[in-house]
Design a protein around this ligand. Structure first.
Ligand code: WT7
Length: 664
């Protein structure tokens, strides 16, 4: 860098540093899908009818009779009486005008492999063929089909094929372990699996089918599977009799068309498992009408997606972000959605910027954990590429600190792109709290106001609103179309997990029902919300939710472990990292061999994302007199923070002892 550039840089940095509020660039506002500030008032006044605007983005087979049926809270129903098909909305209706335009632009990890571009026409054809194939192997309407696949085009194809025949999908993140796959398939009684032989990760060909097969061994019922050949000759597998080769199946059904199954608005579109406070993951149920209209409306209003865009979300489709904002939202709007198989640092740290330049990407949606890594690698990587095609930037998954926000704004957006910091969850189906980029100013570090038509309050433990600036709990006071409907086959847990805290559960008045996402937050004088993080025993590691209980139960299953506690500690790149405190059984050493077994057990139960940062052996865990583990103190230790009050402990001395061990 020249001196001059260096000086300019410092100046700019200083200016950005001070600036607490940013106006959306004029050039963006002029062309924004939503630019009328009246929308907030208008939606408030017309609620719940305002959500017709979301439903109108879709093609309905039968019109709905009622926008919201709130007669049995918290089992809300949206667009009742209506029917539609999600694959028709994502494919068929675009054929006439956009049949030859790219629907999915797939970039493989190896740089010498050509991109695979699927036009709407081609995607439609392949989805039809695979839908016919799924029927052929026995899939019927309402059967849950599990997908255990990495970022390859056959994943959205399989999802849309399921949607076409009315079979809900349940996508399990490919990085999850064999056990995690089995748990989810058993829980959903899923008799079908779509998976693949393997995929590339930082240049290596990973075997995935081995892991899938291992998982299948623990599934309690028979499973018919389909295996995509991603790696060709690189990896040879022999398939069992109830395993079908994807390519063969599709070829057998070449040219087939499958009439899309008419689904009620409230019929399940998919299940997505997410971590909760207990060891059992929660099967979040999303519906066809409400979810799809939410994904489409937020994609249009917040991501500003237009059909002619090339939009790029770096999430994995194995998480809700990929469902809503790689597959369903963008395709419902008829745009080009980009899928990248690999990691941002392969083969070099400029891979994403190369993709943005190459494809002339217009919107980039990524996570703070990635932005922190880009920032650490340095601005020379984005600087080496022409990123001027970008019009909007987004982030999701965890709070973004103002420094990372400003870096993203300056080095990726060239100070010409609004940033949407979007707060939402697996359960909300889509974005909830964020600025409308063509309407609102941005405040780095704050997600922004709730979207129009949403009633979000920050409350204290009694449910009363807290003063601006004070920390409280984020609550959603009114239902919205994209919300989860229940936890799969567990209405009771649905109420317990999300509603009990702030609702009068005996009431059938919807006013008495409040949704609690288990996040802490504060609000400022302008109604901008800063999300502070989870208030339950769930960690947010690199934007992914991990239940401490799930990790703990993997640890106590290891021979030689008597007791374990897992907490989150701050981490420069991951946001939070897994810290584990372990008491060994009599006769066992807390040594590296045991550490190794613990790490393996965690990876077997969940996956490498849950790998612990630190495993501390301790003779005792800090406990209250009633025997409850004081996690707060363990967190303080992990964060090297000043210790909170230890006076209520049964064993106050142990805290110092643990601290010495960790901080050595
Ligand atoms: C949890 C949901 C939403 C898709 C990805 C994660 C945290 C999410 C933000 C944000 C601060 C955020 C919350 C939330 N979170 N977005 N913009 N600012 N925190 O989905 O796995 O269901 O996790 O992620 O704690 O509850 P998820």
């Amino acid at each position: 860098m020249s001196d001059e550039a260096g000086a300019e840089d410092v100046e700019l940095e200083a200016r950005l540093e001070e600036q607490a509020e940013f106006e959306p660039p004029e050039s963006f506002v002029e062309q924004a899908n939503v630019s009328d500030p009246e929308i907030y008032e208008e939606f408030d006044e017309t609620w719940p009818n305002c959500w017709r605007a979301a439903a109108e983005l879709l093609d309905w087979e039968d019109d709905y009779d009622q926008v919201l049926d709130d007669s049995n809270p918290p089992f809300y129903e949206w667009f009742t009486g209506g029917s539609l098909n999600a694959s028709t909305n994502c494919l068929d209706r675009h054929l006439e005008e956009r049949g030859d335009e790219a629907a999915v632009e797939w970039v493989g990890e190896p740089t010498d492999e050509a991109n695979r571009t699927y036009t709407y026409e081609e995607l439609h054809r392949e989805v039809n063929e695979f839908a016919a194939a799924l029927r052929d192997i026995g899939v019927e309407e309402d059967d849950v089909v599990t997908m255990y696949m990495p970022m390859i085009p056959e994943l959205p194809i399989a999802m849309l094929a399921c949607a076409r025949i009315g079979a809900p999908h349940s996508v399990v993140f490919a990085g999850f372990s064999a056990d995690a796959l089995a748990t989810r398939m058993n829980s959903a009684d899923s008799e079908y699996l779509v998976t693949c032989d393997g995929y590339y990760r930082r240049g290596d060909a990973l075997d995935h089918l081995d892991k899938a097969n291992e998982g299948l061994e623990s599934v309690e019922h028979d499973v018919e599977s389909v295996v995509v050949d991603r790696l060709g000759d690189e990896l040879e597998h022999s398939l069992a009799p109830n395993q079908h080769d994807y390519e063969e199946l599709v070829t057998e059904h070449a040219g087939a068309t499958v009439e899309p199954v008419d689904r009620d608005a409230e019929d399940m579109l998919f299940l997505m498992y997410t971590s909760g406070t207990t060891g059992q993951p929660k099967g979040v149920k999303h519906t066809t009408g409400g979810y799809l209209s939410w994904a489409a409306w937020t994609s249009q209003a917040v991501l500003d997606i237009k059909p002619e865009d090339t939009y790029f979300c770096t999430a994995d489709i194995g998480w809700i972000t990929g469902h809503s904002y790689i597959v369903y939202g963008p395709l419902a709007l008829g745009t080009t959605t980009t899928m990248y198989e690999g990691t941002p640092d392969h083969p070099e740290r400029d891979r994403l910027w190369e993709i943005v330049e190459d494809l002339e990407v217009t919107q980039l949606y990524t996570a703070p954990t990635a932005i922190r890594a880009f920032m650490k690698w340095g601005s020379e990587y984005p600087d080496a590429h022409d990123l001027s095609s970008l019009r909007l930037l987004g982030t999701v998954g965890e709070p973004i600190n103002p420094r990372a926000w400003k870096w993203y704004y300056k080095y990726i957006g060239g100070e010409e792109c609004p940033i949407v910091d979007t707060w939402w969850q697996t359960e909300t189906g889509g974005m909830m709290v964020t600025t409308l980029p063509g309407v609102k100013n941005m405040k780095p570090g704050s997600a922004g106001p709730p979207l129009p038509g949403l009633d979000v309050e920050i409350v204290d433990t009694n449910g009363d609103q807290v003063e601006p600036g004070r920390a409280g709990y984020l609550t959603v006071q009114k239902p919205w179309p994209g919300m989860l409907r229940t936890l799969y086959q567990n209405d009771e847990r649905y109420i317990e997990e999300y509603w009990e805290e702030y609702s009068d559960t005996d009431s059938d008045d919807p006013e008495d029902w409040v949704y609690f996402p288990e996040d802490g937050a504060k609000i400022d004088e302008d109604g901008y919300i800063t999300v502070l993080g989870r208030v339950d025993d769930v960690l947010n590691v690199s934007g992914h939710r991990l239940g401490t209980m799930e990790i703990e139960s993997a640890i106590v299953g290891v021979e030689g472990v008597a007791e374990a506690a897992v907490v989150g500690g701050e981490h420069e790149l991951k946001g939070e990292a897994v810290y584990t405190y372990v008491i060994t059984e009599d006769g066992y050493e807390g040594d590296d061999a045991l550490r190794q077994r613990i790490t393996e057990s965690i990876e077997d139960a969940i996956g490498p994302i849950a790998r612990p940062e630190e495993i501390v052996f301790t003779p005792e865990l800090p406990k209250t007199r009633s025997g409850k583990i004081m996690r707060r103190l363990l967190e303080d230790i992990a964060n090297e923070a000043e210790l909170g009050d230890t006076s209520t402990l049964r064993n106050p001395d142990v805290v110092e002892e643990i601290r010495t061990k960790v901080q050595d």
